[in-house]
Design a protein around this ligand. Structure first.
Ligand SMILES: C[S@@+](CC[C@H](N)C(=O)[O-])C[C@H]1O[C@@H](n2cnc3c(N)ncnc32)[C@H](O)[C@@H]1O
Ligand SMILES: [Zn+2]
Length: 280
């Protein structure tokens, strides 16, 4: 077990709370134990599973594998740069940050962002959370300095006002919980797809383009929208990446697309929108 996770279990539990009874955790060597004696094991792969029962998810190992490989090879580089710039600006203001990636999946995107921040010797305390054990299993191998947690974003195992930044990339949101755990001067950086995101897959299937209006309206109902930024990129795909693009996204679920269908597809559109908000 690595030193970081042991130090989290031993002492850095002050930000976490028991997902069952909301009580504080007491330090322990290989387990988190709350004041009401609910216990959660630290997995031998160095993540903490905060569920007592297995949770079913539509997201599976193949999706995380494909996603992680594409992201390691720069699929979301343009997006990562913008998020890193936003975080750097925050670090000018605050000198150290506790960042929580909600719905972090395989953790590849968060890890790339953290590597850029750490390269600049910035003070970051990082947590990633996802409902899918397979995703967190992957994530725990990506970065040993982040505390990876398996749990549900609709009931975050964090204390009130404990987090500076929530990242929420292409994942569901729960603004009630986000507002509870964010510090009053905290910030959410939410990335959503634009209509032309991976449009080559949508076009091939004659799918209706996705509309972002509802997502933005819901964001604005709960958060003060401070910035809205567009990220447009086109990625060139090589052979194995075509199959990975089909696997990496729920957009391609339930359709009959095969690698054969997209053999001519050389480029894919990465058209995203970042919403930056503060609790209101
Ligand atoms: C499209 S993936 C995005 C993963 C990652 N943020 C990225 O951009 O590569 C959506 C993620 O949301 C997670 N998710 C869905 N519902 C969730 C919930 N209720 N609590 C925590 N994570 C959830 C899924 O397991 C999945 O990993
Ligand atoms: Zn408890």
């Amino acid at each position: 077990m690595n030193q970081h996770i042991l130090s989290v279990v031993d002492s850095n539990t002050s930000l976490l709370q028991c997902p069952i009874c909301n009580k504080d955790f007491e330090g322990h060597t290989t387990q988190l134990v709350c004041k009401n004696k609910h216990t959660f094991d630290v997995d031998r792969h160095n993540y903490i599973n905060l569920f007592h029962k297995a949770v079913k998810s539509h997201y599976h190992k193949n999706l995380f594998q494909a996603r992680s490989h594409l992201i390691e090879n720069g699929f979301f580089q343009a997006l990562e740069s913008v998020i890193v710039r936003l975080l750097m600006e925050e670090l000018e203001r605050k000198t150290s940050l506790t960042i929580l990636d909600v719905g972090c999946g395989d953790g590849a995107l968060f890890t790339n962002i953290l590597l850029s921040l750490r390269w600049d010797k910035r003070q970051v305390n990082s947590f990633g959370i996802d409902i899918t054990k397979e995703g967190i299993h992957y994530a725990s191998k990506q970065d040993s300095q982040t505390t990876w947690l398996v749990n549900d974003l609709t009931h975050l195992p964090f204390k009130d006002q404990s987090i500076d930044i929530i990242l929420n990339t292409l994942s569901p949101a729960n603004y009630h919980e986000f507002k509870r755990v964010l510090k009053p001067d905290g910030m959410i950086i939410k990335t959503i797809p634009n209509a032309r995101y991976l449009e080559e897959l949508g076009t091939l299937q004659n799918k209706q383009p996705y509309s972002d209006t509802k997502v933005i309206n819901l964001f604005e109902e709960h958060m003060m929208l401070c910035k809205q930024m567009q990220v447009s990129d086109k990625k060139h795909l090589i052979d194995e990446e075509r199959a990975e693009v089909l696997q990496m996204t729920p957009l391609a679920w339930g359709n009959q697309l095969t690698v054969e269908n997209i053999r001519q597809m050389d480029n894919i559109n990465i058209d995203l929108q970042i919403l930056v908000g503060q609790p209101k």
